[in-house]
Write a protein that binds this ligand. Structure first.
Ligand code: ADP
Ligand code: ZN
Length: 215
């Protein structure tokens, strides 16, 4: 079963995707993680997109579609969770073509609804493990006292360069302008469903599980 988690930055897509990986053996494809990996490993493409990412704007469709196409050639196990992709209508069309070539399709698109104030509060309090992607929050899930990631033991827990108020403004604008049209697009295809992203993490997970059990 292939699904999309759709929602603004800070909606909790990554957190929920990681749970689905652990609980259902699904594969998480996060273009944000792929792009950050490209930056850390210093590839040409990584260097090219760094400034765009830090500003909070979207990188080109061509680059992210290329990244996804490459991953879809590999083993996609118990289904794919698309996290942070697609973010434009062109990406959504490309995804539909790519899945068609694999003789598969989307089962559902889950929109995670959250209001802007909550997003700003979450993101400005957020830290992320650079090695495994585990997410910490100053208020709700502080970094362990020894500074080591509780998931993988890494000591590289950092604030993302784009988790600041300026970049966040640009990211939210990009979401409303370029990504939110996908809500109508998938509604028209009969694939859209939504969950309350403001609920407790476990309750959001339960709601998503319920949705997945009925598709
Ligand atoms: P967020 O917390 O904003 O959802 P992500 O980790 O998904 O962050 O993405 C971080 C940045 O990577 C985005 O602001 C954008 O610059 C770039 N990016 C990630 N996915 C895409 C995509 N599908 N299309 C264009 N740019 C992307
Ligand atoms: Zn970690």
């Amino acid at each position: 079963m292939n699904i999309i988690l759709l929602g603004p930055p800070g909606a909790g897509k990554g957190t929920q995707a990681r749970r689905l990986v652990a609980e259902r053996g699904m594969v998480q494809l996060s273009t944000g993680d792929m792009l950050r990996e490209a930056r850390t490993s210093g590839t040409e493409m990584g260097k090219r997109v760094a400034a765009v990412m830090d500003s909070g704007a979207l990188v080109t469709d061509e680059i992210v579609i290329g990244l996804i196409a490459e991953k879809l050639e590999g083993d996609t196990g118990g289904g794919i969770i698309f996290d942070g992709f697609p973010r434009t209508l062109a990406q959504a069309d490309a995804l539909s073509d790519l899945l068609g070539e694999k003789n598969t399709e989307l089962a559902t698109v889950i929109e995670m609804q959250v209001d802007d104030d909550a997003l700003v509060a979450r993101i400005t309090a957020r830290s992320t493990c650079a090695d495994c992607g585990e997410v910490y929050n100053d208020n709700t899930k502080p970094i362990p006292a020894d500074g080591k990631c509780s998931n993988c033991g890494s000591d590289k827990i950092t604030r993302r360069a784009d988790d600041n108020e300026d970049s966040l403004k640009t990211r939210l604008l990009a979401y409303y302008k370029q990504t939110s049209p996908l809500i109508g697009y998938y509604y028209a295809k009969g694939l859209l469903t939504d969950v309350d992203g403001l609920a407790e993490m476990d309750d959001v997970a339960a709601e998503i599980k319920k949705k997945l059990d009925t598709v």
